[in-house]
Design a protein around this ligand. Structure first.
Ligand SMILES: NC(=O)c1ccc[n+]([C@@H]2O[C@H](COP(=O)([O-])OP(=O)(O)OC[C@H]3O[C@@H](n4cnc5c(N)ncnc54)[C@H](OP(=O)(O)O)[C@@H]3O)[C@@H](O)[C@H]2O)c1
Length: 334
């Protein structure tokens, strides 16, 4: 892609409350404000992308809109001293793809503060196989470690929604770090896949949805990464070991949950919130190189599917129905 040559994008238009996607060619003058122009090589598909593309949850207020909450690519132009043309960069979050135009395009203009350099040992494609999902899994692991999680603690680490994007990468990462990982899934056909990523135990989703008998159950989990929320979260908290923590990262199963203060008071447990979108740059620059070193890239390649911009709309339907396994990279065709 040469400078000022225009670009291709998946554009969402809205009429009478209905959101319609189409592939369009746009001029560079339509790009939003920003001090860095990136030739976008890859984007990806996250649950939030599904919501944006299908016009769910009023995440987007202004149309026409270019979705795609993540991208990786090569700097084309820069007014920032942090980047120069040719630098390989990653963007996740910062409400790009919601408020600001995103990565389902061959070109993006963004604030340099939102970009991190591609770490050594990772390709642009692998960066998007990781994307917000894997970055969030890493932030969850970091938060759990900061609250005392170690591989030799009593109990397995639970990952819920394990066959999804965040869950799959969390399983592979934790297993590679030496943790015993219990993967909870609602899909029987993913058990071998999850064991291949390193899960030691498979927990059926229905087991977590069955309320604990009383405010606490037997100690079971040394820590947990929860993509599901809803009624299973209270159950997870009731089975955390003494001083264990649960990183709450998602709401695939609902936003409300019931608990009591008892496991907090009598077992010293912690519930840790993770917001990857607004994570400060300094923490991003720790998390991304850790992903390059600690996530086994052969496992990552095995859980990744590559699709084109023209497939995004149908894939959005699937991720909202919980039918996507692992991670989907979108090749922009740039
Ligand atoms: N906090 C953050 O910064 C952050 C960042 C990224 C994502 N998220 C959130 O994290 C969640 C997962 O994101 P993702 O990209 O991994 O999505 P995903 O690929 O769709 O994975 C979600 C998984 O949750 C499980 N699930 C789906 N519907 C369910 C239901 N009704 N009840 C129980 N489990 C259900 C499924 O796992 P099984 O098939 O294995 O059961 C599904 O694969 C989403 O809620 C997303 O919005 C938050």
């Amino acid at each position: 892609m040469t400078q000022d040559s225009g670009f291709t994008a998946l554009v969402l238009d809205e009429a009478d409350g209905k959101v319609t996607p189409s592939i369009k060619t746009l001029g560079d003058d339509s790009l939003p404000e920003g001090d860095v122009v990136v030739s976008v090589a890859y984007s990806d598909l996250n649950y939030k992308d599904g919501m944006v593309v299908k016009g769910i949850g009023r995440l987007v207020r202004t149309y026409p809109h270019v979705p795609g909450i993540d991208f990786s690519g090569v700097v084309e132009r820069s007014d920032s001293p942090r980047f120069k043309p040719g630098d390989e960069v990653i963007l996740t979050g910062w409400r790009v793809g919601e408020v600001h135009w995103g990565g389902y395009a061959t070109k993006a203009r963004v604030k340099s503060d939102w970009l991190v350099p591609l770490p050594k040992g990772m390709s642009l494609k692998q960066a998007m196989a990781i994307g917000t999902a894997g970055f969030t899994a890493m932030l969850a692991v970091m938060a759990l470690e900061e609250h005392g999680l170690k591989p030799d603690n009593k109990g397995e680490v639970l990952v819920s929604g394990a066959a999804g994007g965040v869950g799959s990468i969390a399983v592979a990462l934790l297993a590679n770090l030496g943790y015993r990982v219990a993967a909870s899934t609602g899909r029987a056909d993913t058990h071998d896949y999850l064991k291949g990523l390193g899960a030691t135990t498979i927990v059926d989703r229905s087991e977590l949805e069955t309320p604990a008998k009383g405010p606490m159950g037997p100690e079971r989990w040394s820590g947990a990464i929860d993509s599901v929320g809803g009624k299973s979260l209270g159950n997870v908290l009731a089975h955390l070991c003494y001083w264990g923590s649960c990183a709450s990262i998602g709401n695939a199963g609902g936003i409300g949950f019931e608990t009591t203060v008892i496991p907090f008071l009598l077992r010293g447990i912690n519930l840790l919130g993770i917001d990857s979108a607004t994570c400060p740059r300094e923490r991003r620059e720790i998390a991304w190189p850790r992903l390059a070193r600690e996530l086994p890239m052969d496992k990552l390649d095995g859980l990744t599917h590559v699709a084109k911009l023209t497939e995004v709309s149908s894939l959005a339907d699937k991720i909202l129905k919980g039918q996507i396994r692992g991670r989907t990279v979108i090749d922009t065709g740039a």
